[in-house]
Design a binder for this molecule. Structure first.
Ligand SMILES: Nc1ncnc2c1ncn2[C@@H]1O[C@H](COP(=O)(O)OP(=O)(O)OP(=O)(O)O)[C@@H](O)[C@H]1O
Ligand SMILES: [Zn+2]
Length: 559
């Protein structure tokens, strides 16, 4: 893990003049955002750099380079993380499926930092072990929420040599300085009024640090290591990277000097993203490193002003959440608010999400029953439904093109479901009128397609649902197997000598053998349906197995 680097850098805290060319560029462009040239996706998105919606224009046709800040892995992933990463996953899926853009997504996992080190002391294991444990858990949690993994996950500790080179170049470009204590700070004054693109920057007092800082707002690129802390060799002595520099370095290693989209929770806008921008533009000597910054709103426990976070210990882990709800329900919960808004988590907001999904899946089942002719309905106003169908398609596309307005898109879908339901008037006797299965087929296929883009399968039933509905299933199976046991017992009764009048060992009543055969057939037929009956001599046991397809062959045959 050690890395030795030698270079002839100035190791001084004295102010340096900003190179002339850079200064001119800064004066000309200031903080002004320049609309990128390239491929217009047709979508508008809110850009935190301009604080308004902008047309989303990508440098390369059909491809978006996308960097997102990963978690600091020192504790369990919680619903706040779930919310941020699921919301951006939905945005990426929309961009890819509705707008034909291939997303090249890179994420860095912060696997070294003060909190990881502190946790490792508490647990008496190395920081690397703490980080790997929680990183693995985070990745698994993301998969269980159906978040499409980035093209590449990177780790800070595997990029320290790149970080050192990156810092060195920023120093050489005149935007950072090393102190005599062995820290390196970014020189905020060297970029003039370019610092402060995100709210909060101007009033900022900056992070605490060495008294050798030139400006209170200057932030650490490299921190000398304290005793007992992990360290890497560098031209400034033993130390480790500051927090912000990891993202600038890794994003630049993957994407070079230009990035289409950068995302993260709103808490990261300042100072983290502010500092990333400052560093990256100072390194690349460019005026606009990332073209769009997308920030997601915070998840709060209902009634709490604080965001859910690891450090506040006010969290619900993703694993605990998934004991009670499904990934699809969480996705629907996220879809029902705009990705930028704060979101209140509570059982009632989850019930709303669950009930929206339930309404959709009931409609799909009813429409399928109608298509199959199982549900007899009075004549349908087919033209009206085709019209609603076309309107919904354009409403959904319009909503999603407007800063990924998922609540509006879901509301358009629910409206279509409502109109579909209005047309399904069950009648007890078929009236021989015209049937319109095709329009229902089109509607449910479209609804399923859109939900699939959002990562939701409306016909998928969560394990917990299966279990709760299997409450009644169990009672039915119990009754059925009890009845079968009595029939079997009756059929297995042996004749006694007086009945047969024979001296041979008494056998079964021949006329009861078909009953035994019927019991065997029932057992064999129920197995592929997940009801496993095991005959153990004269008695039987049973169990319900989800997903079982008659794999259990090891049982006795009655007859
Ligand atoms: N409650 C939340 N709501 C929405 N996004 C969140 C929430 N908490 C964290 N995030 C986002 O998750 C990502 C990873 O965050 P991070 O690992 O810093 O989590 P954290 O719980 O806030 O940790 P800490 O308390 O140590 O700051 C960031 O983009 C962050 O904005
Ligand atoms: Zn970052």
């Amino acid at each position: 893990m050690m890395f030795t680097f030698r270079t002839g850098v100035r190791n001084s805290a004295t102010p340096r003049a900003v190179p002339f060319t850079v200064f001119i560029t800064f004066c000309i462009f200031g903080k002004k955002w320049v609309k990128p040239s390239g491929f217009d996706t047709g979508l508008k998105t809110y850009n935190s750099l301009t604080k308004q919606k902008e047309p989303l224009v990508l440098a390369r046709e059909g491809v978006a380079t996308w960097y997102s800040c990963g978690p600091t892995v020192y504790d369990h992933a919680h619903l706040g993380h779930a919310c941020s990463y699921v919301r951006f996953d939905i945005l990426q899926r929309i961009l890819s499926s509705f707008f034909g853009v291939t997303i090249v997504h890179a994420m860095v996992i912060t696997d070294i930092d003060d909190k990881i080190i502190r946790r490792s002391w508490e647990e008496n294991v190395s920081p690397a072990v703490i980080a790997r444990m929680y990183e693995d858990e985070f990745k698994k949690d993301m998969l269980s929420l159906k978040v499409i993994p980035p093209a590449v996950y990177l780790r800070v500790t595997e990029n320290v040599h790149h970080i050192v080179l990156f810092i060195d170049r920023i120093i050489r470009n005149g935007h950072a300085y090393a102190t005599k204590e062995g820290d390196v700070y970014f020189d905020i004054q060297s970029i003039g009024d370019r610092y402060g693109r995100f709210a909060g920057a101007v009033e900022s007092q900056g992070e605490a640090g060495s008294s050798s800082k030139r400006d209170q707002r200057d932030f650490a690129l490299w921190k000398q290591s304290k005793p007992q802390e992990p360290f890497w060799e560098s031209p400034w002595g033993r130390g480790r990277p500051g927090w912000h520099i990891e993202c600038s370095t890794v994003a630049s290693c993957v994407f070079g000097s230009q990035l289409d989209i950068h995302s993260g929770g709103i808490d990261l806008a300042f100072p983290h993203h502010e500092n990333e921008v400052a560093q990256s533009e100072a390194y690349h000597q460019c005026d606009q490193w990332a073209n769009y910054f997308l920030h997601s709103g915070h998840l709060h426990l209902k009634g709490s002003a604080e965001k859910m976070s690891k450090s506040l210990k006010n969290y619900i882990t993703i694993k605990d959440f998934l004991e009670s709800y499904s990934a699809d329900e969480f996705r629907m919960f996220c879809l029902l608010t705009k990705y930028r808004s704060a979101i209140d988590y509570s059982d009632s907001s989850m019930s709303e999400a669950r009930s929206s999904l339930g309404t959709i899946s009931t409609f799909i089942h009813d429409a399928q029953a109608y298509m199959k002719g199982q549900l007899q309905c009075s004549a349908v106003q087919e033209d009206l439904l085709w019209e609603r169908f076309a309107e919904t398609k354009s409403a959904v596309l319009k909503a999603l093109s407007d800063d990924f307005d998922t609540p509006r898109a879901v509301s358009a879908l629910m409206n279509l479901v409502y109109h579909g339901n209005c047309q399904l008037h069950p009648v007890s006797m078929p009236d021989g009128g015209v049937r319109s299965p095709a329009v229902f087929g089109a509607i449910i296929t479209y609804i399923r397609e859109v939900l699939e883009v959002f990562g939701i399968d409306p016909l998928y039933r969560k394990e917990a649902d299966v279990l709760s509905s299997s409450g009644s299933l169990q009672a039915v199976v119990e009754q059925l197997t009890h009845f079968r046991s009595e029939v079997r017992a009756f059929a297995l009764t042996r004749q006694d000598d007086s009945t047969t009048g024979s001296s041979k060992k008494p056998g079964l009543y021949p006329d009861r053998i078909p009953l035994l055969k019927a019991c065997d057939s029932l057992r064999n037929d129920l197995a592929p349906l997940g009801v496993l009956i095991k005959d153990r001599g004269a008695t039987s046991t049973w169990e319900i197995k989800a997903g079982q397809r008659g794999q259990d062959k090891g049982q006795e045959t009655s007859s």
